[in-house]
Design a protein around this ligand. Structure first.
Ligand code: DGJ
Length: 732
């Protein structure tokens, strides 16, 4: 890993990738290259531009070729002759900036970002380049930061603006990342959807103009994940070049690819400029969140595996990154709001007998919360439901040998709550004006330190009283009427809100490092890398239907390690789709995530209980692979009726393969198999008593059980809808 600086050319490389830019003749930064590693040399010839047409503007009278319209740039500004979208916009007395190169510094490791979650690295794991630019129009400095990691094909970027003038300035747009790629013959892949069908894989061809995904909901959202990839048209899951981009942020974001009239593609990622205006007083600085860029020459899987390893080793907080996650049972779909202590203790006892490790009490244990119309903010136990209190319930649950977890929705307030009656000003909204509700609730004003302090104290008291093992942090509505009476500049609202959320997470995880947090937002409405930093697992979706989960988990794995995906077996008919899938398929899908149950154990027959016990034992024996192994997508549920994926251990001696078929085929193919990947060609792998070599499993495939064809009743090993099997492979 090295950062080579030569005659104002900066070259970050680690043998896998190179990221190269330089100082242009006008002092601005020009982008030269991002991709597979290149040798050390001068690459300024990459910046070749044609003489612009008469319709273009050029910077110098005597150099018609120097036009910002045709130059690949590193952090473009508005108003200087580059007519594409800028990375930065300022307003005030001087509404145009002209950042010119001033200095650079290389440091070992990766300095932490103030008040923001980000990837981290020790001095041996990464090097960081800071490039300082100054605005030639006013005393404002821009510091661009680039980290290259020792072993991964990743560049982490962020930007910081420092106001050295005597006056206040306004930042109207400040992207975390901007990069100009020399061509546009690419497809954009993104993860989009809505509640109950989050992170479906969408692919579209780049065309001249802007193609973007974004959120202005105050959360990263169910609808678009802060991720995008650009792939060459011939790239597949396993081959070809892919660039992946992720934004380490949980609030409003914009991610876009702008193709200009010369087929240059500008990718940008950052806080959404809509509704954003940050006032920077004299002497203050503004720090953008982090954005990540990954290069893969091994298709989409190669990109995903890089994100997976990066998050596993350099993002998830220390205590949890390598720790096995408990198999949990959650009472939500089993009881909703209708429970009492007796019911819960019975539930816990039965769960323990099945082999479950953690009992999670979901919504409804506090205030007077018998439905979703009240009590958010009143974090005191409901003594009607739990007359001996929450500490006593926790103690009783723990005495069965289970760990104990609780649901909170810390950012919300019900209009019908003691907290709202005492502090109506703590709810977001324009005072005296109508406020839009979402799930009958309002949002607490996390831009106010006193609100964060109050919720911290309430949660701390409960964590201590219950000796809590786990928290599910939910967030069930988006932000409307974004206004805080406590704020001077409303354009700062959304970012300050998220900083408040991070502040609470930071304080809770620092004070209670051993509490496992699972983030949730009405299912997967805030599944992003920033929250993974605090909460190493995320409830992937409220949709627990096994067939739907194939798509959700497949899509989510594009950007996130499967060990970060909460995935549970729930009851049938499924509560979101009314579909009835077999218990075996529900577990076969849920094994590929942080496993758990979302059902009432007493509703299971004796036979089902035995099946569940076996499932739990199976997951316990596979859990190390889910945590440490390399996940490989084999067959996409978006392309056919069949899905397949696998995990291979890092030493290639073990693997598990998940194979699924959503609906049956009449008179199907006879010789059915699934081609595996990532194995050692020369190892003989035992599978269900047979031995196959790695090469045959990868070249010919793993044979699938014989399918019913209308006439082979005796011989058929599978048939009908909802078929699935999880294979375990062990090298001899
Ligand atoms: C939404 C979550 O996604 C569910 O799992 C559950 O916790 C409910 N909220 C509770 O209100």
């Amino acid at each position: 890993m090295s950062i080579l600086v030569n005659q104002q050319q900066f070259h970050l490389t680690n043998g896998k990738i190179s990221y190269i830019f330089h100082v242009l003749k006008n002092g601005q930064l020009g982008h030269l290259y991002f991709g597979k590693a290149l040798r050390e040399r001068d690459y300024r010839h990459f910046q070749r531009t044609n003489n612009p047409t008469p319709a273009s503007c050029h910077t110098y009278e005597d150099d018609a070729a120097f036009s910002l319209e045709t130059i690949q740039q590193e952090y473009p500004v508005y108003g200087k002759g580059d007519f594409r979208e800028p990375a930065f916009m300022v307003s005030g007395e001087k509404p145009i900036a002209n950042f010119v190169y001033k200095s650079y510094e290389v440091v070992k490791g990766k300095p932490r970002l103030k008040d923001l979650p980000a990837t981290y690295a020790t001095s041996g794991e990464a090097e960081t380049l800071f490039v300082v630019l100054e605005d030639s129009y006013q005393q404002v400095e821009l510091e661009l930061s680039y980290t290259i990691f020792e072993n991964e094909a990743v560049i982490a970027r962020n930007a910081r603006l420092i106001n050295k003038t005597d006056v206040e300035i306004s930042i109207d747009r400040m992207m975390s990342l901007s990069v100009d790629l020399p061509h546009a013959d690419m497809e954009m892949v993104h993860l989009s959807g809505t509640w109950a069908r989050e992170r479906h894989v969408k692919t579209r061809k780049l065309e001249q103009g802007i193609q973007s995904i974004s959120s202005i909901r105050g959360a990263s959202s169910h609808h678009h994940n802060p991720f995008l990839a650009l792939k060459t048209p011939d790239a597949t899951e396993h081959t070809g070049e892919v660039l992946g981009f992720q934004f380490v942020y949980s609030g409003n974001f914009l991610a876009q690819a702008e193709v200009d009239h010369y087929d240059v593609t500008r990718v940008q990622m950052g806080i959404h400029p809509l509704g954003f205006q940050w006032k920077l007083r004299s002497g203050e600085s503004f720090q953008t969140p982090e954005a990540l860029m990954v290069y893969s020459d091994q298709g989409m899987n190669g990109m995903s595996q890089t994100f997976h390893r990066l998050y596993r080793h350099q993002l998830i907080r220390e205590q949890w990154k390598y720790k096995e996650r408990p198999i949990l049972i959650n009472n939500w779909e089993a009881t909703y709001f209708d429970f009492n202590e007796e019911k819960l203790l019975h539930f816990a006892k039965e769960a323990k007998e099945l082999g479950v490790e953690l009992f999670v009490l979901d919504d409804g244990w506090f205030g007077k919360r018998n439905n979703d119309r009240s009590s958010l903010g009143d974090w005191t136990v409901d003594l009607e439901k739990l007359p001996d209190g929450i500490a006593s319930l926790a103690k009783k649950v723990k005495s069965t040998g289970l760990q104990f977890g609780l649901w909170f929705e810390p950012e919300m307030i019900s209009p019908d709550s003691h907290l709202f009656r005492e502090h109506p000003e703590w709810a977001i909204g324009i005072p005296g004006e109508h406020v839009t509700l979402g799930r009958n609730q309002r949002v607490l004003d996390y831009t106010r330190a006193e609100v964060v302090d109050y919720i911290f104290d309430r949660m701390k008291a409960i964590i201590e009283a219950t000796n809590l093992d786990y928290i599910k942090w939910d967030m069930n509505r988006n932000i409307t009427e974004a206004y805080s009476a406590g704020l001077e500049h409303q354009g700062e609202f959304f970012h300050r809100y998220i900083l408040g959320v991070y502040d609470l997470y930071e304080r809770l995880t620092s004070e209670f490092p051993n509490v496992l947090f699972e983030s949730c937002a009405g299912g997967g409405g805030r599944f992003d890398p920033a929250l993974l930093y605090y909460a190493p697992q995320t409830w992937a979706s409220d949709d627990t239907d096994a067939v739907e989960r194939l798509k959700i988990q497949y899509g989510t794995s594009m950007a996130y390690p499967i060990y970060s995906m909460g995935s549970h077996v729930s009851a049938v008919p499924n509560h979101q789709t009314l579909r009835e899938t077999p218990l075996s398929m529900r577990a076969d899908v849920a094994y590929f995530g942080t496993f758990g149950y979302e059902l009432d154990p007493s509703s299971l027959s004796d036979e089902e209980k035995e099946i569940v016990k076996a499932q739990i034992k199976r997951y316990q024996s596979l859990r190390h692979l889910v945590r440490d192994g390399e996940f490989i997508r084999l067959q996409s549920p978006f392309e056919s009726n069949e899905t397949a994926w696998m995990i291979v251990s890092t030493d290639q001696k073990e693997a598990i393969v998940g194979w699924y078929k959503a609906s049956s085929t009449p008179n199907p193919r006879t010789n059915q198999s699934v081609k595996l990947r990532g194995l050692d060609s020369d190892y003989g792998y035992q599978v269900d008593g047979d031995t196959y070599y790695g090469d045959e499993l990868m070249q010919h495939g793993l044979p699938l059980p014989i399918e019913f064809n209308g006439a082979n009743g005796e011989q058929a090993e599978r048939g009908g809808d909802f078929q699935s099997k999880v294979f375990y492979l062990k090298a001899e």
